[in-house]
Design a protein around this ligand. Structure first.
Ligand SMILES: [Zn+2]
Length: 284
């Protein structure tokens, strides 16, 4: 199947109370691990690509790898720009073949965020590309996006509802207490914000910083209207742990396939677990 916009599966996810995972691509092994997990679980999936990862892999390689994964798997797969910082980078990705984009205007005042996001939605929808917007500021560090805990601001439900009504984004990321990276303690998720916003907008809510959120909290968030959950750090941790262990045990090993192969397996296992937890297995 060619790459599809998120509207191919997100409305169904919200209606049937499951969530589709966004798993970030970091290199070829991540791409293969994520798509193999999708094939084994018969799950739709979203390849997330941050601007940092795009610089690392190269835009053309990124699109080519995602396309091959989607076409050979037969699964509904979206290639999605994660935290796009400008209209220009969004356009560059759409032109290169992305089927979905996030425009993160959360650091702008509300009016400016609405104005800029609307501009992205108009251009993206004209060519069949889905759009995710963000309201409130999600804490933690993710590539180019770094937010101090003090500056992380929860989304105000009435503002989030107005943001959606004016922009008509296909997926709405709101800050509800999760953060990018791994948590030191247990994250305090504000379920009442998810509940109020989800009941008043058509678009599913997106949970960023899904790594390390307890399973029960994930299930509750989905039951309230979360339809997309982003996971990256847990995959990185699983891969690196295995690679480090192998290299520690065999200091003379030099063939990358001998440690990247097991690293890839470790990522696949995490992604499969998440697909089952999110309820997206057998929904492709
Ligand atoms: Zn994020």
């Amino acid at each position: 199947m060619p790459l599809v916009p998120m509207t191919e599966f997100l409305p169904k996810a919200k209606a049937n109370k499951f969530a589709v995972g966004q798993f970030n691509m970091n290199n070829l092994e991540f791409t293969q691990a994520i798509i193999e997990a999708g094939i084994e679980e018969k799950s739709p999936l979203i390849f997330g690509v941050s601007e940092g990862a795009m610089r690392y892999m190269g835009l053309e390689y990124t699109v080519a790898m995602a396309k091959v994964a989607a076409e050979t798997s037969g699964l509904p797969v979206a290639l999605h720009l994660d935290h796009g910082s400008s209209f220009e980078v969004v356009m560059k990705c759409i032109q290169a073949g992305f089927s979905s984009v996030m425009f993160d205007g959360s650091h702008y005042p509300l009016e400016e965020n609405i104005r800029l996001t609307k501009k992205v939605v108009e251009a993206a929808h004209a060519v069949g590309v889905s759009v995710e917007g963000e309201l409130g500021t999600i804490g933690g560090v993710e590539d180019d996006v770094s937010v101090d805990e003090e500056d992380a601001a929860l989304a105000k439900p009435e503002e989030a509802i107005r943001f959606w009504e004016e922009t008509k984004v296909d997926a709405l990321a709101i800050a509800v207490g999760t953060a990018h990276g791994m948590y030191k303690g247990e994250p305090k998720i504000r379920f009442e914000i998810i509940d109020e916003v989800a009941r008043n907008v058509d678009a599913p809510i997106v949970l960023h910083g899904g790594s390390g959120v307890p399973d029960e909290s994930i299930k509750k968030a989905i039951s309230l209207g979360v339809g997309k959950i982003n996971v990256n750090t847990e995959n990185q941790v699983a891969c690196t742990r295995v690679v480090r262990q192998i290299l520690d045990e065999k200091p003379d090993l030099v063939d990358p396939r001998k440690y990247m192969g097991p690293g890839r397996e470790a990522i696949k296992e995490v992604v499969k677990e998440k697909m089952r937890l999110f309820g997206s297995s057998n929904q492709a």
